[in-house]
Design a protein around this ligand. Structure first.
Ligand SMILES: [Zn+2]
Length: 883
């Protein structure tokens, strides 16, 4: 437990480090509860900093055993060592060598930060501040050093010993049962990218020849017996390596690239140089155990961590405020990779759905912060969707504004100019300004101002003058710490669609050029007058979601139906249907709260029918179009005084309408796509399954016995996890004997596989019915569940808190009570996990008054609990803060 009073760290207080580290030699002698770490640092005064300066090294829960300077033991009066720091007040003002010996206890490390054990495997997680839990060090990303790591361990306890870089030596230790391995990483890196692993691990191996002809060994290490589930991850890795060469000219730089999959991990994966460590859920896959969504996640995350080798590792962040420099950019890169590997349109729709579901919600609540925050108390709480996903959108906007060639030139300049450095956002954006000759000063506001810009666009057609006028205005709502805002640069891809469904040629009355179908709004308001327009067009704005904004346009239901069928931009075709459905669902929710019947909209049903009938659309795209807005989507749109029960009722009413009106085409498609074909995880086959299962889901709208039997049949006959899971999900929506039987059967089949049991836990936690809370509580006592494993906690309690809108927000407040009790129980052992779980309550202010008061009271109980971690204390304080 941390006892230090949290003091905010501020961007404006950044100073270069007083001391630099040239080389780090680590000698780690692994033992379950007493691992000895000898660190030998070559330190030198930083010429950029003020001298003379004391040497202040970070620690966290460390025990110092010995300390010497240039080979001489340091007398106790010359230093102060506490568990959290090591200070030498008057070090020599010249280069010197510091040898530090510490003792750490990996078995007792339940925070999963620093050196810990996952099962019997030793592994590390050093981002953001875990290295200081291994040895005293200037643990900040702008101190980059060359590391050599010697690991020693009992040969039966840890036959495999891995660290960053290339293996340079290994052997047995004379006189005993121990062995060692020495790894050397020639590339200077910050301490957060350090990693070591020791344990009993099997591996699969492959090779990759880089574009300059260098041979690289690729290895994926897993628990013995799971080697046959690594094939897709390995294939994804090779495709990612090739793609990064082709799309960005980036080549891999070491002789070996290793991935280790472990089962106890706080995050998805970690990009340690040459030695990525993964949550095994993002490595292991087979047709019988993984869904298409799992396969897609594995592909994206393996690629993401690999891409960090250049965007994050070779060029790292100067400080943690610049986290989006590596994360936003790398998410952009993995999204582009997926777009090239799969369907660009579908990837864009999925990414935007995700952005709106998480980031827009964060932006609208008390935890809103800029893509580059200016202060933090606990950096672990800033690994957020704003930094990652909105950060990616900001990079994408650079590409939209500059065009693909100038964007690539800017990236090339960035790699050339900053390789080997710890850089800032200013330096990154400057590369695009230099490469394009454009002034990007105003664009920097995307990194500085939080909140989602709102744009209102009004189109007016004048038949007499044959003109079309587009009036646009932007506002950026106040967010915590930012009451007033400046106008943003908003690139909007657009078209004016003529009555034949084709885009009209666009010409501005003032003769200003329109580049790449883009208008860029950079003032609070602007008017665009288009000439030569014969007939009233339908505006299609923010095509491809070119800017992450909320957009309101004065188009009616019939025009949206028209766009759904005719827009040449697939994203906006999807968006048109989504907008139709959203308008209807919001109106229905209001009606239901007034005691009136839910609304109906023939234009929506007609648009869905047209999309289902169209033969030239790819199946995965159709699946996206017919997937209704989620309850969370609807709540976000309503934005205040939300009653989750009314939202659910509105959505269920629309599902019933669709089932009743469109059952014929839905059944036809379902049956056409149900013909047996051997399972393949490729995008086309996955897309066909996605459409088939979207039909299955909609056909459950009325919950009649034919639909239940259909799902039951698919469940039993499925030869892959995607179809079996989709059928189970459909069955889970109706309280029936079939559901109970299928849930029991599913557990019996997969009880031995924790990653599949996680799916079973999540599915039950998400059932929107009053019995779910008690079911979830009972499952916490199930032998398959463990509070100590982050994957289990996220699967059961995380799913309940984030994806079950009605039951986590129960009107009696018991959902909140359960969430905060769990947070308080986990916090002493794993503060990062507890803080993540608590942040599920961040949208409490949008709820109707009864639930709002109950959620606030629950948050206050957390705030008043004794000895909170810094992680949870920070979240709860910001969640409750006024204004
Ligand atoms: Zn990342």
């Amino acid at each position: 437990m941390r006892t230090d009073e949290p003091r905010p760290v501020r961007l404006q207080d950044y100073r270069p480090p007083d001391w630099l580290v040239d080389t780090v030699e680590l000698d780690v002698s692994l033992a379950p509860s007493a691992t000895r770490v000898r660190a030998s640092l070559l330190l030198k005064p930083n010429p950029q900093a003020a001298a003379p300066a004391p040497l202040l090294l970070d620690g966290d829960d460390l025990t110092l055993v010995a300390l010497s300077l240039d080979g001489e033991p340091l007398a106790p009066e010359h230093y102060v060592a506490t568990p959290n720091s090591l200070t030498i007040a008057q070090p020599p003002q010249r280069p010197f060598r510091l040898d530090i010996e510490t003792l750490v206890d990996p078995s007792a490390n339940t925070q999963l930060s620093g050196l810990y054990r996952s099962g019997k495997t030793y592994c590390t997680q050093c981002e953001a501040e875990g290295f200081r839990r291994i040895t005293y060090f200037p643990d900040r990303p702008d101190v980059m050093a060359v590391y050599t790591t010697r690991i020693e361990a009992d040969i039966t306890d840890a036959p495999v010993l891995l660290a960053n870089g290339n293996l340079v030596d290994s052997g047995t230790v004379p006189g005993g049962n121990r062995h060692f391995a020495v790894w050397h990483d020639p590339f200077p890196k910050p301490s957060y990218l350090f990693a070591l692993v020791g344990g009993t691990l099997a591996f699969v191996e492959d090779r990759f020849r880089t574009m300059s002809g260098r041979d690289v060994t690729l290895r994926i290490y897993v628990e013995p017996g799971k080697e046959d589930r690594c094939g897709y991850a390995m294939d994804s890795l090779k495709r990612a390596m090739r793609w990064d060469e082709q799309a960005f000219g980036r080549e891999y730089d070491l002789d070996v690239f290793m991935i280790v999959a472990v089962s106890d991990f706080n995050m998805g994966a970690m990009e340690n140089k040459g030695l990525n460590i993964f949550n095994d859920k993002y490595i292991l896959a087979s047709a019988e155990t993984a869904t298409d969504t799992d396969y897609a996640s594995i592909e994206a995350i393996v690629a993401h961590e690999y891409f960090h080798n250049w965007t994050g590792n070779r060029i790292t962040c100067r400080d943690w405020f610049q986290l989006c420099l590596k994360e936003g950019l790398t998410v952009f890169r993995d999204q582009e990779f997926t777009s090239d590997q799969r369907s660009r349109a579908v990837e864009r729709i999925k990414d935007v759905r995700g952005l709106r579901a998480t980031q827009f919600v964060e932006d609208a609540g008390p935890l809103a912060h800029p893509v580059r925050p200016t202060q933090y108390r606990e950096i672990n709480n800033f690994y957020t969707t704003t930094v990652y996903e909105k950060g990616a959108e900001v990079v994408r906007m650079l590409q939209v504004l500059l065009g693909p060639q100038q964007f690539r030139a800017g990236m090339d300049l960035y790699f050339a100019r900053h390789d080997g450095e710890a850089a800032t956002i200013e330096q990154f954006v400057q590369c695009f300004a230099d490469a394009s000759g454009r002034d990007l000063t105003q664009f920097m506001l995307w990194y500085a101002q939080s909140g989602t810009p709102e744009i209102v666009a009004t189109g007016t057609f004048d038949a007499r003058s044959k003109t079309y006028r587009l009036d646009m205005a932007q506002t950026l709502p106040p967010t915590p710490g930012q009451p007033t805002k400046e106008p943003m640069v908003i690139p909007l891809a657009f078209g004016l669609v003529g009555s034949d469904g084709r885009d009209l040629p666009v010409r501005l009355a003032d003769g200003a050029p329109i580049e790449r179908g883009l208008i860029t709004l950079d003032k609070p308001a602007a008017t665009y007058l288009f000439t030569g327009i014969e007939n009233r067009p339908v505006p299609s704005l923010n095509r491809g979601f070119s800017a992450p904004v909320r957009l309101t346009v004065n188009v009616g239901e019939e025009e949206l139906r028209f766009l759904a069928i005719h827009d040449c931009d697939p994203f906006n075709r999807w968006q048109a249907v989504h907008t139709l459905a959203m308008r209807l669902l919001v109106e229905s929710t209001t009606a239901i709260r007034r005691g009136e019947p839910p609304r109906e909209d023939p234009a929506l049903v007609a648009a869905l029918a047209a999309v289902l009938k169209s033969r030239d659309l790819e199946p995965d795209f159709v699946a996206q179009v017919i997937a209704l807005p989620s309850e969370a989507d609807i709540a976000r749109e309503i934005a205040s005084n939300v009653d989750p029960d009314a939202v659910l009722a509105a959505r269920q009413a629309l599902r019933r309408t669709i089932t009743a009106s469109l059952s014929e085409p839905l059944i036809t498609i379902f049956e056409r796509l149900s013909s047996p074909e051997p399972y393949s995880p490729d995008a086309d086959a996955a897309g066909r399954r996605a459409l088939k299962n979207a039909c299955l889901d909609l056909l459950m709208g009325t919950g009649d016995s034919v639909a239940v039997a259909r799902a039951r049949r698919q469940y039993e006959r499925a030869d892959n996890m995607t179809d079996r899971m989709a059928a189970l999900q459909a069955l889970a929506l109706c309280d029936s004997a079939e559901r109970t039987a299928a849930l029991d059967d599913f557990y019996r089949r997969y009880a031995g596989d924790p990653l599949i049991v996680d799916k079973w836990l999540s599915l039950q936690a998400a059932i929107p019915e009053p019995a779910t809370l008690d079911r979830v509580k009972a499952l916490t006592a199930h032998p398959a569940f463990s509070m100590a494993n982050p994957n289990r906690v996220r699967a059961l309690i995380g799913a309940f808190a984030t994806s079950n809108q009605t039951q986590s927000n129960r009107a009696d407040g018991r959902g909140y009570d359960f969430i905060v009790e769990t947070v308080l129980a986990i916090d002493p052992k794993n503060p990062q996990l507890a803080a993540r779980l608590l942040s599920a309550l961040k949208s409490w202010r949008v709820l109707e008054p009864t639930r709002r008061a109950l959620a606030q009271a629950a948050l206050r109980r957390v705030a008043e609990a004794p000895s909170l971690s810094r992680d949870v204390g920070d979240i709860v304080e910001r969640a409750l803060a006024e204004g």
